[in-house]
Design a protein around this ligand. Structure first.
Ligand SMILES: [Zn+2]
Length: 272
């Protein structure tokens, strides 16, 4: 993926070809014309360039030392960025107002559970399992969602309700709010499919004896069904139950994938 010849010997920073963040998250260290390593401190992508021949033991040792140093430097940078983002999140959260109403909540027909308002944007806090605010998700009136740039999301979640024996992990806020409102169960919102497993692991560590349920988004029209695949994997890894929305008998559209969509369709059906 990386065109090594673009980089002379030395240290470089550039855009990552995998996650393609706009910031220069890819560190490239070129040791010689035949030996180099690149590492993205955002997505963790690593690519190396090694000589065709066997490395000598000394070369191998030097290579490993450089890799370790580079990883440490990138990890330190990431922690710094996350700390800065957490400070920004705390200031914005403290200044935000209570939610009276919001177009997104109206459209999804869910209530505000622990949310705040910043101008016309909904703020949803992301906390680690110790309860420390790490980032915010903003939802604009048109439904556009963003996180605080550089903030940590991995393993962080938004908690709705207090767990009593059982805890449900869902992808999005509207889905989680729907599940909480309809079942009374406590819910952790993981924000995206890729974060289901890290959140489930964090919750398993915090609540060893808790019954965990992973509520899947069934992305039935997307190749590989990323929502269901990630939910199944998370459930298997932490010993959780898996809940999948059952659209049988409903007039399901291509974008109907989650428990909020299911509720909307079921209510429509009941009203006919
Ligand atoms: Zn990347």
């Amino acid at each position: 993926m990386i065109v090594w010849n673009h980089f002379p010997q030395g240290e470089h920073r550039t855009q990552c070809p995998i996650c393609q963040r706009r910031d220069k998250s890819l560190g490239v260290s070129v040791f010689s014309h035949e030996s180099a390593v690149a590492h993205c401190f955002r997505c963790g992508y690593v690519e190396t360039r090694r000589p065709q021949r066997e490395l000598t033991p000394a070369e191998r040792e030097a290579y490993k030392r450089r890799m370790d140093a580079m990883r440490q430097q990138h990890d330190a940078e990431q922690r710094e960025r996350q700390a800065a983002a957490a400070s920004i999140a705390a200031v914005r959260w403290a200044a935000a107002k209570p939610v009276q109403a919001h177009p997104y909540l109206e459209r999804k027909a869910v209530m505000a559970h622990g949310l705040r308002l910043e101008g016309d944007m909904l703020l949803i806090p992301l906390r680690d399992s110790a309860g420390t605010l790490m980032s915010l998700q903003t939802i604009a009136a048109d439904g556009t969602k963003r996180f605080v740039p550089g903030g940590r999301t991995r393993g962080c979640y938004h908690a709705i309700g207090r767990p009593a024996g059982r805890l449900v992990v869902a992808e999005g806020y509207a889905t989680g709010a729907t599940i909480h409102e309809d079942t009374g169960q406590a819910v952790a919102v993981a924000f995206n499919a890729g974060n289901l497993l890290p959140v489930a692991q964090a919750l398993r560590g915090k609540y060893p004896g808790m019954e965990l349920v992973i509520a899947a988004d069934d992305d039935w029209q997307t190749d590989g069904n990323p929502g269901l695949t990630a939910a199944r994997k998370a459930a298997q890894e932490v010993g959780a139950l898996l809940a999948v929305p059952d659209f049988a008998g409903l007039d399901r559209g291509p974008k109907d994938s989650d428990f909020n969509d299911l509720r909307r369709l079921a209510q429509k059906e009941a009203a006919v």
